[in-house]
Design a protein around this ligand. Structure first.
Ligand code: C5P
Length: 234
């Protein structure tokens, strides 16, 4: 199921801005794209259908986290949108993850790739200990969540490119790693803290890299996308 690819994060506030960005690509070039909460909540399922109809693969990044029955029902709706990848919070625990898989599976047995968010990269060690009340080190929590997701039958996790090799070691070579925090050696770091170049990510066990601003804010986004693909695929 795994195929190495670059996923462009479509972090745009409106349909117009999103389609104007996609229109820059030639007709035959259809990057895998990520639609997150901002665009989905602004434009609704119609934006997913429209981008799908243009021929793109879609990672719908809505990070579901609720009781198992609610997540199962919501995933059933998302599977009908014909997206290629969706995600949830591993913190929702096993029953929720298994419910999600059931809901996602279509009548013909196919389903989108399902990956789990472990700990958000915005959560630091202090918040983990003092607010979430998890008293084991961050890396241990991340690996334990990943292991649990794998045991529940999920396909992979979102993680830092720096964690990808360890996730593979703990959860198996076929367990997918989807990694944001990607920067070219010469691009602005912005608010990302733990970063890696596409080339190094390609050699570090990352199956999919999620790249936003280094492509969307580039002077020539198509050239930046092609550079990311060439560097990542090696
Ligand atoms: O612009 P940039 O390349 O930093 O975009 C990265 C994308 O990946 C954004 O859509 C961001 O929300 C997402 N993401 C992330 N870190 C996570 C999970 C998702 O940067 N831990």
């Amino acid at each position: 199921m795994s195929a190495k690819d670059v996923i462009i994060a479509l972090d745009f506030p409106t349909k117009e801005a999103t389609l104007a960005f996609l229109d820059q690509f030639p007709a035959g070039e259809k990057p895998f794209v990520k639609i997150g909460m901002e665009l989905f909540y602004a434009e609704g399922p119609a934006i997913v259908r429209e981008i799908k109809a243009r021929g793109h693969k879609i990672f719908l990044d809505l990070k579901l986290h609720d009781i198992p029955n609610t997540v199962k029902s919501a995933m059933r709706v998302l599977s009908r949108l014909d997206v290629d990848m969706v995600n949830l919070h591993a913190a929702g625990a096993g029953a929720m993850m298994k419910g999600a898989l059931e809901g996602l599976t279509r009548e013909d047995g196919t389903r989108p790739i399902l990956i789990a968010v472990t700990q958000l990269t915005s959560t630091d060690a202090e918040a983990l200990k003092n607010e979430i009340l998890i008293d084991v080190p961050m890396a241990e929590t991340v690996m334990s969540y990943a292991r649990n997701a794998a045991d529940c039958g999920l396909d992979g996790v979102v993680c830092s490119p720096l964690e990808a090799a360890l996730v593979k070691e703990k959860c198996g070579e076929n367990f997918m790693t989807v990694t944001p925090g990607i920067r070219f050696a010469d691009s602005a770091v912005g608010d990302q803290k733990r970063i890696m170049t596409p080339e190094k990510a390609g050699k570090s066990g990352c199956d999919y890299i999620v790249v936003g601003r280094p492509i969307t804010q580039a002077a020539d986004p198509v050239a930046a996308y092609r550079r990311a693909m060439a560097d990542f695929l090696g």
